[in-house]
Design a protein around this ligand. Structure first.
Ligand code: SF4
Length: 339
């Protein structure tokens, strides 16, 4: 990339990740050694400094894989990821390790991601030790400060606890504290409230918003839940079978969804009104096999508006008429074809 936009903390171009399918994974006696799951298949997006970009889609859409690619926890098959003007693919292992201080991950399952034999304070401080080489006393002070900040109080007492001695909400706060302790710029939050009790989900989202503002953070927020995304995201990308099908600012995408898949996902968001005649219209059928995705528009086997061209020509992500920051990949939204 020759020109970097200084407003963008992250720039992703042409990102692909194919996973080779293990031989013998499928029955039938055929050799499968040259088959690949196309988990991410040519994705472009930017994350502006200080914003929350959501990536949403069903299971198997590729959103979690993209999160791990952005952190270079996975190597891309193709494509580039620029972080603050640096091509991550070009970094040595040591340089990438140093860069990782600035980019952290919040996992979906805090219980699985915290070492059960480590005290909470030690788990939170582990990254501080690695990246700053601090003394135990300095580390303890930094950890207790961050624990207080995320609501793990009294920090001095909770520091000594083990994960099983905390509530689910406290464990998720510990995972957030662990991500913050290295003073990152970017946090990839992968379904960060999905395992939390419903009663504390809004509190955790409010906490993430407050921390973003206080620490000048940028979030890549991965979720299957468009109601959660609406609460926290500034912009959103809708993923389907490894490709972005719609992107834009929340008022545009939620107010005027252009892609039939986005409309279906939004129509399935529960409405908190018992008198509502709201209809759930999830896309018909299952998400297709990512080893052999449908030709043309990948959504065409499930799309209620599909026309002949849809099974033959893949639609490009293009501006929705009159809105340059709102893009959709659908032949009908480009105005070239009529239903
Ligand atoms: Fe449906 Fe065709 Fe649009 Fe794909 S391109 S979403 S199949 S109308």
């Amino acid at each position: 990339m020759s020109e970097q936009n200084n407003d963008h903390l992250v720039e992703v171009r042409g990102l692909k990740k194919y996973f080779q399918v293990q031989e013998g994974f499928f029955s039938g006696g055929l050799s499968r050694s040259n088959l690949f799951v196309q988990a991410v298949d040519g994705v472009d997006f930017d994350i502006r400094r200080g914003e929350v970009l959501g990536l949403a889609g069903e299971s198997g859409s590729g959103k979690t894989t993209i999160g791990r690619l952005v952190l270079r926890l996975l190597e891309p098959t193709e494509g580039t990821i620029w972080f603050d003007g640096v091509d991550l693919n070009a970094l040595s292992t040591d340089d990438m390790r140093r860069m990782r201080r600035r980019m952290q991950l919040i996992f979906q399952d805090p219980f699985a991601s915290l070492n059960p034999r480590m005290r909470i304070g030690e788990s939170i401080g582990h990254g501080h030790k690695i990246h700053y080489g601090t003394s135990p006393a300095e580390r303890r002070q930094a950890v207790e400060e961050i624990m207080e900040h995320v609501g793990l109080t009294p920090a001095r007492t909770l520091y000594e606890k083990y994960p099983h001695q905390l509530s689910g909400g406290q464990r998720q706060r510990a995972v957030i504290a662990r991500a913050l302790v290295t003073q990152p710029d970017l946090i990839v939050a992968d379904e960060p409230i999905a395992m939390a009790d419903v009663s504390v989900r809004a509190l955790l989202l409010d906490l993430m918003i407050r921390l973003k503002n206080e620490y000048n953070l940028t979030y890549l927020f991965i979720t299957h839940d468009l109601a959660t995304a609406k609460y926290i995201c500034d912009r959103i990308g809708i993923l389907y079978l490894g490709k972005l099908v719609e992107t834009g600012f929340l008022p545009d995408v939620y107010g005027s969804p252009s892609h039939p898949y986005t409309r279906a996902l939004l129509s399935a968001v529960p409405v908190p009104d018992p008198d509502s005649r709201h209809q759930k219209t999830l896309p018909r059928g299952e998400i297709p096999n990512p080893i052999n995705p449908p030709a043309g528009c990948r959504f065409h086997p499930r799309c209620p508006l599909a026309i002949d061209i849809c099974s033959q020509v893949e639609p490009e992500l293009r501006p929705v008429l009159g809105t340059p920051t709102h893009l959709a990949a659908c032949h009908l939204t480009t105005g070239d074809y009529q239903a």
